[in-house]
Design a binder for this molecule. Sequence first.
Ligand SMILES: C[S@@+](CC[C@H](N)C(=O)[O-])C[C@H]1O[C@@H](n2cnc3c(N)ncnc32)[C@H](O)[C@@H]1O
Length: 268
Amino acid sequence: METRNSPEPPLAPVDYDRVQHQTYARGRALPADAIDRYMAVFGAYVPVRRPLAGIDLGSGTGRFSPALADAFGGPIWGVEPADGMRAAAEADAAHPRVTYLAGRAEAIPRSDRCADFVLMFLSYHHVADKPAAAREIARVLKPGGRLILRSTFQERIPDHWWRSYFPRSADVERAMFPTEPETRALFEAAGFTTVESVQMEVPFEGDIASLVARLKHRAVSTFEHMTEDELSEGFARIDADLAAGAIVEKPTLGDFIVFETPQEPAIA
Ligand SMILES: C[S@@+](CC[C@H](N)C(=O)[O-])C[C@H]1O[C@@H](n2cnc3c(N)ncnc32)[C@H](O)[C@@H]1O
């Protein structure tokens, strides 16, 4: 009889209050034109009226929340469970139309039908109870509201410039991220329809020296599941290749799925 190996144990949750709240903003900072490019792309998928109220769900250090307010009008609520990440957002990403709130996707601290859109930017894979999150997002969105779910999916692990320096990182990411079909099925079970599954070219994030400097902050949750030996060996090879001018930045594709809540039935 064929025997199957038992599945790998699930990865431990990443505690953003341990180290990353101190490093995330610098390690994941994006040039203003990259933020603008994301807003332009997302703008094609949110409702056309302005202003739009939105929730940046898993807002972290507020990397996108002020730009969402500028692009779509607001108010924007940045909902974030890690106190340290939220404190960094309040200190360094304040905006008159952004309010940062303690909360999580499974229990969003906002009223029913308050938002025209929800953005989850690389936060969905951290959510422990994903069906509860889908129900909560359906609750806070207005009829016809949109969810933009920016995530990686197991079947399309991005080919980052740094991937070859950390050979086990792709396996780690396959264990971290959901598949696209299971994600669509989960949101469709909560009443959403899938509008589109998009693969966009990730906007230019700066020259290779600044990419290396940012990566050294280790503000990548993949690294939290790797050993210190793996990381130092990878960074030593990066330093050698950087000195030799041998690192090439290459375009990377990033995924997002757009979901929509049902429209209000027309009054007869
Ligand atoms: C990779 S960071 C992304 C932050 C921000 N969206 C960005 O792109 O800069 C992931 C964030 O998700 C948050 N998070 C973890 N569990 C969550 C949950 N259940 N609901 C909402 N956010 C969560 C983490 O605390 C962390 O700040």
